[in-house]
Design a protein around this ligand. Structure first.
Ligand code: FAD
Length: 473
């Protein structure tokens, strides 16, 4: 008997519950992937994410071929394609691992019902979280809105499944629709602005396991401190691998826990806590699905966002605001599809506070440019930065990008790497070139002479708008 194994954001063979269930039930798996971005609107995958997916699908297909199988690719409405492949192959079952984006969750529920109505076995599994969003509850039985108690409750319930590796041969389903070639899905950008990415990243399951090994050998020991330093390789860079499900989070947790004793307990615990923020983000997205587009805290619906001109937004996007650490981050994002977490917070604070721009503008730009673009984490990150979220930084905490840069990039090496126009300035001036206009004009003539939005007055205007929000109507 045949079962379709519908790959989505679980682009791996090891620790893949849907694939495992199909094999254990005695089915020959028919692996397939369906490209249907319109079904994910308004958060259809962005350009950097599509490029990653192209490479990750190629890697998955190569891994399947090593096991005597292969990945069939389709483009079109998911349900109709699943039904057509079922009819053409005589498959009896469809298995997949769950996704949690509100629109996708709803679609999948409909698909499951339709398949079951048609007499098929349709089952979904947890392939991407340590805890299902509905498993962790407050004492009153509701969802959590604050991270620390959430993580305390969740961590106490952890069970880490043993590793599972697929058999050497998966078997092949002869015949049936061949699908389309990978190139026909049109996932790669044109022109190819992503070419700089692939020297830095290796999409696919092997790349994910290699990144874990490298992190344990390298940055984990000093992670508790190093995680805040954009000038170092202080974090795991596992986020795109996690988003695409190229490695199971429980496999990561097991690896880090195993290394805890031999490297650093502080580093391991701090890292698991960050993985906990990812779990929290999925918990919130499931229980508060409106939050992907609306302020989590409804008081912010009355916030006086500034009227931002497209030209200013474009200067922010392209990393030409005149604030060095902000520009460095946005240029790193453009060049590599990733940005350090500390810098994500700094560029987000400048956009939502100094520029008083709605967080959704930032969220949309990140969505299009991040290789790790993830609706749960991106929503949480932006709502946190803007002060509008659950358990967010309070709005009045406006990051000062100059002191942040001096503290977390003390030699300005991160800034200089991404904003080479500043390389001839003394280090102290690279954080804030406008402090000595004459020197900066001479040694960094190609860099904006002052910030697009002045730091002091931008901060004052943001705080004034915030005070207004808190006044009774
Ligand atoms: P590590 O420090 O090694 O952390 C390990 C893993 O934990 C990460 O891979 C990630 O899955 C998870 N994690 C770490 N920090 C967070 C966090 N603050 N919130 C949720 N999960 C976290 N992360 C995304 O994966 N996708 C996004 O679209 C995204 N958008 C963000 C937007 C803003 C404005 C901010 C402030 C943060 C955003 N983050 C997002 C969270 C965080 O910046 C990245 O997960 C992290 O920088 C990825 O690098 P890493 O894998 O080296 O992290």
């Amino acid at each position: 008997p045949i079962a379709l194994v519908w790959f989505r954001n679980d682009l791996r063979l090891a620790d893949n519950p849907a694939l495992r269930a199909a094999l254990e039930a005695g089915y020959t798996p028919l692996p397939l992937y369906i490209h249907a971005p319109e079904e994910e609107a308004p958060w259809a995958p962005g350009a950097a994410s599509r490029a990653w997916r192209h490479h990750s699908l190629a890697a998955l297909d190569a891994d399947l071929r090593r096991c005597g199988s292969h990945l069939r690719l389709f483009h079109g409405p998911s349900l109709a394609i699943l039904q057509a492949v079922v009819v053409a192959t005589g498959a009896e079952a469809v298995f997949w691992n769950r996704r949690y984006e509100p629109v996708v969750e709803k679609r999948d529920t409909g698909i499951k019902q339709a398949l079951r109505t048609g007499g098929l076995r349709a089952e979904s599994f947890n392939g991407s979280l340590l805890f299902e969003p509905w498993e962790i509850r407050t004492r009153q039985g509701g969802p959590f809105k604050v991270f620390t108690p959430f993580w305390r409750a969740a961590f106490a319930q952890r069970r880490i499944p043993p590793a599972w590796d697929p058999p050497a041969s998966l078997g092949e389903v002869p015949g049936g629709p061949a699908g389309v070639p990978l190139e026909a899905l049109g996932l790669l950008p044109s022109p190819r602005w992503d070419s700089g990415f692939w020297g830095v990243w290796t999409p696919g399951e092997r790349g994910a396991h290699a990144a874990l090994g490298q992190f344990i050998e390298g940055a984990l020991g000093d992670y508790a401190e190093g995680r805040d330093r954009p000038d170092r390789e202080g974090t795991s860079r596992l986020s795109p691998h996690l988003h695409f499900g190229e490695i199971a989070p429980w496999r990561l947790a097991a690896g880090i826990l195993a290394a805890r004793a031999s490297t650093s307990a502080a580093g391991a615990d701090a890292w698991l806590r960050e993985l906990g923020w990812r779990e929290f983000a999925y918990h919130l997205m499931h229980h508060f699905p409106r939050s992907t587009e609306h302020n989590f805290n409804p008081a912010f619906d009355r916030f006086a966002w500034a009227h931002v001109r497209e030209e200013e937004l474009e200067r922010w996007r392209s990393g030409n605001t005149g604030v060095p650490i902000v520009d460095a981050g946005l240029r790193e994002l453009w060049a590599t599809g990733w940005m350090h977490n500390r810098v994500r917070m700094i560029v987000g604070s400048y956009l939502t506070k100094h520029m008083r721009t709605h967080w959704l503008e930032g969220a949309r730009w990140f969505w299009d440019t991040l290789v790790d673009a993830d609706l749960a984490n991106n929503t949480l990150g932006w709502q946190w930065v803007a002060g509008a979220g659950a358990d967010a930084a309070p709005y009045f905490r406006v990051f000062n990008p100059v002191t942040q840069a001096a503290r977390f990039d003390p030699q300005a090496s991160y800034i200089t790497r991404w904003v080479p126009e500043l390389a001839r300035l003394p280090v102290a001036l690279r954080f804030a070139p406008w402090i000595d206009r004459a020197t900066s004009a001479r040694l960094a003539p190609d860099y904006p002479p002052y910030p697009m939005v002045d730091l002091a007055s931008g901060r004052e205007a943001a705080l004034a708008a915030y005070r207004q929000l808190r006044e009774p109507r």
